[in-house]
Design a binder for this molecule. Structure first.
Ligand code: ZN
Length: 374
């Protein structure tokens, strides 16, 4: 009996080229109106004990070919615990081969542990019901989905946390879950301190259309939202327009834009060096935050990361640069790996939802240490 494969569900993405017994030849669908592709998420039906051999082809043309060497696909049998399946990448053919022995009839594979829109709505409903929390719908995506913003805290420091501009970076919303659970834990003294000193504006998902469609990087019309912050439009990027308008009302003192990186096996942040109105004092505060975070958690490091922009050469279409320039905010892009943390590897799970959640709480605890200097 041959295996069966489908991706007809929230954030599903795979094209079945051929199935032969327990092996399959697959490829990844491009983001709509775009050339980006890298995210996959599909379900395999099979007999218990099947030795699955799944060949994901055409990856030389994927958005980040360097994401595949050293990468193991995420796999789950209960859609709760996500482990890793042994995978190998052939650079000559651009094929990732995933091997897995099924111990259930239904196996789920994904580029990273998925975070569905249904789970998003469950999380928003749960957090919005906590005393002191309000949920604002800042606007709507092109397909009419809400851009949800959770707000809490009585302080005057305006803190904006936002995730999943790139919808395939599902680790970003797992990070949000950890941050929100920490902030709404009434027994947590660090959370209580932060809520005294800050007003939080938290957007767990900036790109619901791309998320539901199983995109890597763009929205319904192929727009990369993190290249729109200098001039967002209702036609191409209403998701950014409504958020930036809300930021203009509140101001921004501190911001984290949460992402995942396909190639680099580490957690790191990128800042706003190169903005026209850079000051050394802004740089000092940014560096202090980075160094404190590295002290707090071994899952964060400062060796691997992106090169910094030369003086005056920052790309103001990206949110971190735009917020630092526009508001004088201490702003940063947080990147987590699709692969694993090279320094603290976990062969069973690699980088995982659980580690994203812990990091979310650590990032807030680091902010608490430094809040009077922000
Ligand atoms: Zn990203």
């Amino acid at each position: 009996m041959s295996i069966q494969i489908t991706a007809a569900f929230d954030s599903g993405n795979i094209i079945v080229e051929e199935i032969n017994g327990t092996s399959a030849t697959l490829s990844i669908r491009k983001d709509k109106d775009s050339t980006f592709f890298q995210w996959f998420h599909f379900r395999v039906s099979c007999a218990v004990g099947s030795n699955l051999e799944l060949h994901i082809t055409g990856l030389k043309d994927s958005a980040y070919p360097q994401g595949w060497p050293g990468y193991n696909a995420c796999v789950s049998e209960d859609r709760d615990f996500w482990g890793r399946a042994d995978s190998s990448y052939d650079e000559n053919s651009g094929t990732l081969t995933v091997n897995y022995t099924a111990t259930s009839n239904i196996i789920w594979f994904a580029y990273f542990a998925p975070y569905s829109m249904e789970r998003h709505h469950d999380m928003i409903a749960e957090i919005a019901s906590v005393e002191g929390v309000t949920c604002r719908t800042l606007g709507h995506s092109l397909e009419g989905q809400p851009i949800d913003c959770l707000e809490m805290g009585e302080g005057d420091k305006q803190v904006w946390l936002y995730a999943r501009q790139h919808p395939g970076e599902s680790m970003a919303e797992w990070w949000m879950e950890g941050a929100l659970d920490m902030l709404t834990d009434s027994a947590d003294p660090v959370a209580r301190l932060l809520l005294q000193k800050c007003r939080f504006h938290i957007i767990p998902n900036m790109n619901p259309d791309g998320s539901r469609r199983g995109h890597l990087r763009t929205n319904h019309v192929g727009t990369n939202l993190n290249r729109e912050w200098h001039e967002p439009s209702a036609e191409k990027s209403p998701e950014v327009l409504c958020v930036r308008n809300a930021m203009d009302e509140s101001g921004v003192d501190f911001a984290i834009d949460v992402h995942g990186d396909e190639a680099i096996p580490a957690v790191f942040i990128a800042g706003f060096e190169g903005i026209p109105s850079w000051t050394d004092d802004m740089g000092r505060k940014y560096n202090a935050y980075r160094d404190r975070l590295a002290t707090r958690t071994p899952d964060f490091q400062t060796q691997l990361g992106y090169p910094t922009a030369p003086k005056g050469k920052a790309n103001l279409s990206m949110s971190t640069n735009q917020l630092a320039e526009r508001f004088g905010a201490i702003a940063m892009t947080l990147e987590m790996p699709f692969k694993d943390n090279r320094d603290m590897p976990d062969p069973e799970q690699g980088w995982s939802p659980e580690r994203c959640q812990l990091l979310g709480a650590e990032c807030l605890a680091t902010l608490a240490e430094q809040i009077d200097d922000i």
